[in-house]
Design a protein around this ligand. Structure first.
Ligand SMILES: [Zn+2]
Length: 217
């Protein structure tokens, strides 16, 4: 009996975390569980949970630990997660990490994956991004639509979002670091942190991640 593969993934915006998460989930046949996606889907569906989340967010509040614990406990208890999962977006605090370890006791989390990307690389990637205001297509500087400011798909205006300016990106990166450093330390102390360089060809990064997981599980 192989023990369940319970993976967490950490990576700042622009680290390629979404791409690698999909690949790992497919490779190991486990669900990619993104708590952000779950909360957005709940809000969109108008479920009880969604209504709670919406009212918290419209008040500018943070979703409480208790509420997130319920969401995570229910989702990880579903059949498709029995053989393992890749959890993305949770935990966000050491308290949540301790809750998760308790929930998964005695084995706990198998490995916490950290996709490490140099800040300057992330800033460069994000600040080059341009978005069509009409159809939402994304481009990068160097592509005709981004350089000309006209969407090649719909003719709409292609602009840089306020969130994508260097000042905004650096601010988010520093918040991310403040929030994530204690979590990485939590799993490192347990000898269950795997840090992989997230710069380079996505195929090569996936190979490195899989090698590290197979060695560490
Ligand atoms: Zn467009």
């Amino acid at each position: 009996m192989v023990s369940p593969l319970r993976l967490l993934i950490f990576g700042r915006q622009g680290s390629g975390k979404g791409t690698q998460s999909s690949r790992l989930a497919a490779h190991y046949g486990i669900p990619h569980i993104s708590t952000g996606d779950m909360l957005r889907a709940a809000v969109a569906s108008g479920s009880d949970l969604g209504l709670q989340v919406q009212s918290i967010m419209s008040d500018g509040g943070l979703v409480s630990d208790e509420l997130m614990e319920g969401v995570v406990r229910d989702r990880l208890g579903e059949d498709d997660a029995a053989a393992g999962f890749l959890l993305d977006g949770y935990p966000r605090t050491p308290g949540q990490a301790a809750y998760l370890e308790g929930l998964l006791a005695p084995a706990g989390v198998t490995l916490a994956l950290n996709l490490d990307v140099d800040n300057d690389v992330v800033v460069d990637r994000i600040t080059r991004r341009r978005v069509c205001e009409s159809c939402g297509s994304t481009y990068a500087l160097g592509e005709p639509a981004a350089d000309s400011g006209t969407c090649t798909k719909c003719g709409g205006s292609v602009v840089q979002r306020e969130d994508d300016t260097e000042v905004a990106v650096r601010k988010r990166l520093s918040l991310y670091e403040d929030q994530t450093a204690p979590l990485l330390a939590f799993f490192e102390e347990k000898g269950r942190l795997v840090t992989v360089d997230g710069v380079g060809d996505p195929d090569d990064i996936a190979v490195s991640l899989i090698a590290a997981i197979d060695a560490g599980r």
